[in-house]
Design a binder for this molecule. Structure first.
Ligand SMILES: Cc1cc2nc3c(=O)[nH]c(=O)nc-3n(C[C@H](O)[C@H](O)[C@H](O)COP(=O)(O)O)c2cc1C
Ligand SMILES: Cc1ncc(COP(=O)(O)O)c(CN)c1O
Length: 208
């Protein structure tokens, strides 16, 4: 791997690197997994309210391939309701340890029921019970009520598998653009944007 973060203008730039944004994403994610103290797979997910206001929160990336970027959540949460109205999203990774940012724009579609079942089954029992008990994004009068709902779920599924709630699933973001950003001294950063062209991706350097 080249060192993208060298301080001189003589070093490789983003556009000298991989021509494929998925490959470059994979390289950067691998490096982030080594250098970030926690949750290298955390990404900001921007949706929109029905009246066009931005709406932002962090989710965890749970899968990526050429079909897109997968995260899991409650489909009746605020984000889920917003996505049902408007599937256009932005994703943002910021790895402070690497002084890097990746922006992705795209469209969500639901993952298959089978894919969601598979991922749900891989989660810890307590996380599965939490998903059953949590009406994500709805008002919660006090924590005692939540605790009670978790206990009820524990009793209900004692000695059994916890089934995936119908409203708990995943979304896949199919990218329509990527932008990679690498910090350079004096704010002379290296930036490039990839957009689809024919059957490939074409890159454009951007002023920092
Ligand atoms: C590091 C981090 C990772 C998170 N990962 C997820 C996730 O994968 N899925 C999820 O539903 N919420 C996740 N959350 C919580 C969300 O940020 C958010 O509070 C929640 O999904 C409700 O968002 P909404 O009301 O906009 O739907 C995470 C929060 C943080 C800080
Ligand atoms: C509410 C919620 N749901 C889902 C997730 C996804 O991660 P995991 O499946 O590893 O719990 C997170 C991660 N923080 C979360 O906070």
């Amino acid at each position: 791997m080249g060192d993208y973060s060298q301080n001189t203008e003589n070093t490789q730039t983003l556009l000298d690197l991989k021509s494929d944004p998925f490959d470059l994403f994979t390289d950067w994610m691998e490096e982030a997994e080594v250098s970030e103290p926690s949750d290298a797979n955390a990404m900001a997910l921007a949706t929109s309210t029905p009246d066009g206001h931005p709406s932002l929160r962090v989710v965890l990336l749970k899968g990526v391939d050429r079909n897109g970027f997968v995260f899991y959540t409650n489909k009746e949460s605020r984000k889920g309701l917003e996505l049902a109205e408007n599937p256009f999203v932005s994703l943002l990774f910021h790895w402070k340890s690497l002084r890097r940012q990746i922006r992705i724009e795209g469209t969500v579609s639901p993952v298959s029921e089978q894919e969601a079942d598979l991922y749900f089954a891989s989660r810890s029992r307590m996380s599965r019970l939490g998903a059953v008990a949590s009406d994500q994004s709805r008002p919660l009068e006090n924590r005692e009520i939540f605790k009670k709902r978790i206990q009820e779920a524990e009793e209900r599924y004692e000695g059994q598998q916890v089934p995936r709630p119908a409203n708990w699933s995943g979304y896949r973001v199919k990218p329509s653009a990527f932008e990679f950003w690498q910090e350079r001294p004096y704010r002379l950063h290296d930036r490039a944007r990839w957009t689809p062209e024919a059957n490939t991706w074409s890159a454009t350097r951007l002023y920092p």
